[in-house]
Design a binder for this molecule. Structure first.
Ligand code: WT7
Length: 655
């Protein structure tokens, strides 16, 4: 009898998968970490060898966080090419291996594509020759505004191949935002597509690009990729990417770049004014992106890696393109959204391509958790080994669901804390080395030296069981080098509140075991669905509307998005609040910045709470938006306390 039962069981059980031994265990992590901070030159001198150098570096670290002299250089006398590291060096050993699996928005109408390293080499070389043909030279800026299609990766790598600096603008951004970024870095060329399919809908990228380019110099060229074949208008500055690539040679030597030559610019929101152009350079970034990709995800040869981000964000730069490809991985590029055609899409793709490491954002996890377990259970997820989370703190409920329902309790979750500015992971558990705690980013990656500072005095708080602002004591190779065109702003934003340290903008707690927990931004930056948004940007979009006199924007807790956007709006004299006007303002902000900036709640405010010197008291506005007005704190400095009573009475977010 027992034979029969065990026979049936053997049939029902999938064959046990062999699990590779993790790269490090707890002791290994401790030893490597200690080495990385006691002798960074030796540590990074050794790990810098993971990248192929044309001329080897002889200097490793040369960095200063000293006020007035913020200067960050790594491997400064080495030369290399990032694209050659992602492609050429793999050709001899894995030319026929899939480099990129492209998964389309609609699996029912479009096939996925498997692009080998040899294919990638051909397409990138062709695109690089197209760029050269359009006059793009080493050091020139190229803005990329594309859907998640292979051409987006080709464009990035083609720029890297010829030494041009790419700046990707997320395809969800508006024409205004795109135009500002093209002008901000004085780009020579824009690469776009006809349309961007996403979640069954289409964004008219080319038409957005035309609107954006109307505000740019006539000399800016536009290279247009065909994605849907939908109809677009054609202007004098446009070039047909598909036709030019077909005609182009597939031989394009990789330019020899200095380690500190810029690889890309990526605009990101801050607490004040216009988005900043974060500059990453070539050598340190490549070493750091590839090393974090290997260790954080415990990546092993042959694994299929899927990061669900868009290349419009830094996550896509480091963990769809540069990190995985530098490591010779198979990386998935996904055009769609988690819920299209249905809420099982992520899991269907994981099963279809036998994904080993899956990396997504808490907002997606929460949305899919809400859709029900049956969507997950329908699919075979037995190849999953490591799960990742990024972009915002993950609440324990979502963590547990991710762990139990998706990971079946077998896949370590790496909750990776980092930023556009940091190039790669800063705090994260490592699979096999860290005892996991739901909701904690836990431990510094190699070379990262976090400190907790007392927010007002800026004094270091030693010991465990403490809370304060999160800073970094010293540089790491993936650190941003400057703000494009404004080194002063770089120093002012990151090195002036706490002299001698890099200030993350986040608060954190170091618990009794020395594990780090991110408690959220301490500046006027909010985090909406893992996307960073400056409240000042939304405010300036709102006041640009003719009927708006004044506005103040704050974040409030949102079940799925993490934070929602709450806007207090004071109308011009004579304008009447109405639902129609509310819609009008929502549409306005969408068109000024993009759909991700649309306010979730708009409250009509006859006045805003201000101090006698005219400063808006945001602390109070945050409390009211959180529906926590019992704890407004000190209101004695208000110029007109009655304003607050009105705001409380008409608050929009009620439990
Ligand atoms: C901000 C950076 C590069 C990652 C994508 C977002 C928040 C990011 C976590 C995490 C808690 C996180 C921080 C940070 N953040 N990851 N694992 N736990 N908070 O990059 O747009 O530059 O935003 O995202 O507040 O400062 P970003």
């Amino acid at each position: 009898m027992s034979d029969v039962v065990s026979g049936a069981e053997i049939d029902a059980q999938p064959a046990p998968k062999t699990q590779p031994k993790p790269h490090v265990d707890a002791d290994g992590y401790a030893q490597m970490y200690a080495a990385s901070v006691t002798d960074p030159d030796a540590f990074w001198g050794e790990h810098g060898q993971r990248i192929d150098w044309i001329k080897p570096f002889t200097k490793v670290k040369n960095t200063s966080f000293e006020p007035g002299n913020i200067d960050i250089r790594w491997f400064e006398d080495g030369t290399l090419n990032a694209a050659a590291n992602c492609i050429d060096r793999h050709l001899a050993t894995r030319g026929d291996q899939t480099a990129i699996i492209w998964e389309p928005d609609d699996p029912n109408t479009t096939e996925s594509l498997h692009i080998t390293y040899a294919d990638l080499h051909r397409s990138v070389s062709k695109m690089a020759n197209v760029l050269k043909g359009l006059g793009v030279e080493k050091g020139d800026r190229v803005v990329i505004y594309l859907p998640m299609i292979p051409e987006a990766a080709y464009a990035m790598l083609a720029c890297a191949r010829i030494g041009a600096i790419h700046s990707i603008v997320f395809a969800g951004f508006s024409p205004d935002a795109l135009g500002a970024r093209i002008n901000g870095c004085d780009a020579k060329l824009l690469i776009t597509a006809d349309f961007a399919p996403r979640g069954g809908r289409q964004t008219p990228l080319k038409s957005n690009a035309d609107t954006a380019l109307a505000a740019c110099k006539d000399s800016v060229q536009c290279l247009v990729v065909k994605r849907t074949g939908g109809e677009v208008t054609w202007t004098d500055r446009d070039h047909d990417c598909n036709a030019l690539m077909e005609a182009a040679s597939d031989d394009c030597p990789a330019e020899e770049m200095n380690a500190e030559d810029p690889l890309f610019i990526l605009y990101t929101s801050g607490s004040t004014g216009q988005p900043k152009g974060v500059v990453h350079t070539t050598g340190g970034y490549m070493v750091y992106a590839s090393m974090t990709h290997q260790y954080t995800f415990d990546y092993h040869e042959g694994d299929v890696f899927w990061c669900t981000a868009d290349v419009g964000w830094v996550t896509g730069h480091s963990y769809i393109v540069y990190g995985p490809l530098a490591n010779g991985a198979t990386t998935i590029m996904f055009e769609g959204v988690p819920t299209y055609p249905d809420a099982g899409r992520f899991w269907e793709v994981c099963a279809k391509h036998k994904v080993n490491q899956f990396y997504t954002a808490p907002t997606a996890i929460r949305a899919l958790m809400g859709a029900g377990n049956e969507w997950v259970e329908k699919h075979d997820l037995s190849d999953l080994r490591v799960l990742g989370s990024v972009g915002e703190p993950i609440n324990p409920e979502a963590w547990n669901w991710y762990n139990e329902v998706v990971g079946k309790g077998n896949c370590p979750i790496v909750d990776t804390f980092w930023q556009t500015e940091t190039g790669g992971h800063m705090l994260t558990p490592l699979p096999g080395a860290t005892d996991l705690k739901p909701g904690a980013a836990q431990q510094p990656f190699f070379g990262v030296q976090p400190v907790v500072l007392e927010p007002t005095s800026g004094e270091i708080i030693d010991g465990n069981g403490v809370e304060g602002v999160l800073c970094m004591k010293d540089s790491w190779p993936g650190q941003m080098r400057t703000v494009w065109g404004d080194h002063e702003r770089f120093e002012k934003t990151y090195f002036s509140d706490y002299k001698g340290y890099y200030f993350s903008g986040d608060g954190c707690r170091r618990d009794e075991d020395g594990d780090y927990w991110i408690t959220g931004r301490v500046d006027d930056v909010i985090n909406v669905s893992g996307h960073r948004m400056g409240t000042a940007e939304v405010e300036s979009a709102l006041v640009a509307h003719a009927k708006v006199a004044e506005s103040a924007v704050v974040g409030y807790p949102h079940d799925v998005k993490g934070q929602g956007i709450y806007a207090y709006v004071t109308l011009m004299n004579g304008e009447e609040p109405s639902d129609a006007l509310r819609k009008e303002l929502e549409t306005w902000v969408r068109s000024e910045i993009g759909p991700i900036a649309k306010p979730d709640l708009i409250q009509w405010a006859p006045g805003l709470p201000k101090t006698r010197s005219g400063k808006i008291m945001r602390r109070i506005l945050r409390k009211i938006a959180e529906d926590d007005f019992g704890a407004l704190g000190d209101t004695s400095t208000l110029a007109d306390p009655s304003v607050v009573d009105d705001l409380i009475a008409n608050r929009m977010n009620r439990a």
